[in-house]
Design a protein around this ligand. Structure first.
Ligand SMILES: Nc1nc2c(ncn2[C@@H]2O[C@H](COP(=O)(O)OP(=O)(O)OP(=O)(O)O)[C@@H](O)[C@H]2O)c(=O)[nH]1
Ligand SMILES: [Mg+2]
Length: 379
C-alpha cells in the first residue's frame, strides 16, 4: 500500500528531499482509513497517475507530435532531480537528429511593450496556413512574478485554443544558466515534435535578452513610441542585438507618434553595427491589436532566414551557438564544483573577510584562495 508520500510527491522534487518534504496536498492525512469514500478517492488518485514511461516511450511520443508526451518530456527536462536529468539527456540526445528544422525567433522588449500580444497575433496568423507554432519564455524571475508569458495580463487565449500551437511558460526560478539550458532543450523537443516556428519571449531583465539572442536565429526587439535621448529605457546594448525593431501599438492616436519613433530608431540604427553580418537591421511599426504590420514582420523574418540560409550563416551561427552553450555549461559546472564545495567555500569566506577588514591584500588573497582550491581538488 503506497503512503501519501508515494502518491503525492511531485516529480521535480530532489530525491534526497522527498522523504521529509511536506506538501499542501497532504491535508487529507489523518482522516480515518475507515472512510470508504476517501479511500476510494485516494485509490483513484493512484490509478489516475500516468504510467511510467521509458526513454523510448518519450522519444516515440514526441516524434508522433503527442502533446501530452511532449509536455511530460519537457517536465523531465525541467526537473531538478538527478535521475530525471539523466533520462532527459537521453531523450534529447535521441531526438537530436529530428531537430533544427524550425525557424527560431526571439522577442524581447520592456515590460508591457506588447510582446505576448504580438506573439498571439503572429502565432494565430501562422497557424491558419498550417504552421505549427511553439511559444516558450525565458524569464529567470518567473518564480517571483509567476511568469510573464502566462501572467494575468495576457494569456494568449486565442492562440492557446489553436490545435497547432503549443505554449509553455518559463521554467520556474533558478539561475539564468539553468533556465536557459531548460529552454534550449525544450526548444529542441518542440522541433522534434514537428513545430516549425519557435517563438521565445523574454522580458529584458538582466542578461536574459543576451541569452535568448544566443539561442535563436532572428531577434526582434519590441519598443513603444517616444524615443528621444533616453530611448524610453531601452538599453543601447539590446538594440545592438536586434535583427529588427518593432514599434508596437501603432493604432488610434498613437499611429503618427509610432511613425516618428520608427524614424528615430532608423537614425540610431544607422550608427550601429548590425547584429548579423550582411543584414541591415531596420525599424517597423505594427499594432498587435489591429494586426496591422504583423504579416509584414513575418515577411521580414522570412527574408532574413532565406538570406542566412543562402549564405550558410544560419548553420554556422547555430553551430557557434551550440559551442557557446557547451562552454557556458562547462563554466557553470566548474563554478559549482569549486564554490559549492564547503571545503573551499568556508576558507574562502574567511580569506575574503580579511580583505574586507583591510588586513589582507587582494592579490595575496587570490594566492591563498587558489591554494585552498588546489589542495581541496588535489590538483
Ligand atoms: N493599443 C494597443 N495596446 C496593446 C497592443 N499590444 C499590446 N497592447 C496592450 O499592452 C499591454 C501589455 O501587453 P503584453 O502583450 O502583455 O506586453 P508584454 O510585453 O508581453 O508584457 P510583459 O510580458 O509583462 O513584459 C496589454 O494591456 C495589451 O493589451 C497594441 O498593438 N495596441
Ligand atoms: Mg508577456
Amino acid at each position: 500500500m503506497p503512503t501519501d508520500y508515494d502518491i503525492y510527491k511531485p516529480e521535480w522534487i530532489d530525491e534526497d528531499k522527498k522523504k521529509d518534504t511536506a506538501f499542501a496536498s497532504f491535508v487529507m492525512t489523518g482522516i480515518s482509513e475507515s472512510n470508504d469514500a476517501l479511500r476510494l478517492s485516494q485509490q483513484a488518485t493512484v490509478a489516475a497517475k500516468p504510467p511510467k514511461m521509458t526513454v523510448d516511450d518519450y522519444v516515440a511520443g514526441v516524434l508522433e507530435g503527442d502533446r501530452m508526451k511532449l509536455s511530460r518530456a519537457i517536465t523531465m527536462v525541467e526537473s531538478n532531480a538527478p535521475k530525471h536529468f539523466a533520462m532527459a539527456q537521453d531523450i534529447v540526445q535521441q531526438l537530436l537528429p529530428h531537430t533544427g528544422k524550425a525557424v527560431r525567433i526571439g522577442i524581447t522588449g520592456v515590460p508591457g511593450a506588447g510582446k505576448s500580444t504580438i506573439i498571439e497575433a503572429l502565432g494565430c496568423l501562422l497557424c491558419q496556413p498550417g504552421h505549427k507554432v511553439a511559444v516558450l519564455a525565458v524569464d529567470p524571475s518567473s518564480s517571483v512574478t509567476g511568469g510573464a508569458i502566462l501572467g494575468d495580463k495576457t494569456r494568449m487565449e486565442q492562440l492557446s485554443r489553436e490545435k497547432n500551437a503549443f505554449i509553455r511558460p518559463s521554467p520556474a526560478g533558478g539561475t539564468l544558466g539553468g533556465v536557459s539550458r531548460k529552454s534550449r532543450e525544450t526548444m529542441l523537443l518542440c522541433e522534434a515534435a514537428g513545430y516549425d516556428v519557435i517563438l521565445v519571449e523574454t522580458v529584458g531583465v538582466g542578461q536574459s535578452e543576451t541569452t535568448v539572442r544566443s539561442m535563436v536565429d532572428f531577434f526582434l526587439v519590441v519598443v513603444l513610441t517616444g524615443a528621444g535621448d533616453d530611448l524610453q529605457g531601452v538599453k543601447k546594448g539590446v538594440i545592438e542585438l536586434a535583427d529588427a525593431i518593432l514599434v508596437n501599438k501603432a493604432d488610434g492616436d498613437n499611429k503618427t507618434k509610432a511613425l516618428v519613433t520608427r524614424a528615430d530608431y532608423e537614425q540610431i540604427l544607422h550608427y550601429l553595427r548590425p547584429a548579423t553580418e550582411g543584414w541591415t537591421t531596420k525599424a517597423y511599426t505594427c499594432s498587435a491589436y489591429t494586426g496591422e504590420g504583423i504579416p509584414e514582420i513575418w515577411d521580414v523574418a522570412m527574408e532574413y532566414i532565406n538570406q542566412m540560409k543562402g549564405t550558410g550563416q544560419l548553420e554556422s551561427r547555430r553551430q557557434q551557438q551550440n559551442l557557446t552553450w557547451v562552454r557556458e555549461m562547462t563554466d557553470d559546472y566548474f563554478r559549482n564544483l569549486i564554490y559549492k564545495n564547503p571545503a573551499i567555500a568556508q576558507p574562502r569566506e574567511a580569506i575574503e573577510n580579511r580583505v574586507l577588514d583591510g588586513s589582507l591584500a587582494p592579490t595575496k588573497a587570490l594566492s591563498e584562495i587558489v591554494a585552498v582550491i588546489e589542495s581541496s581538488l588535489k590538483l
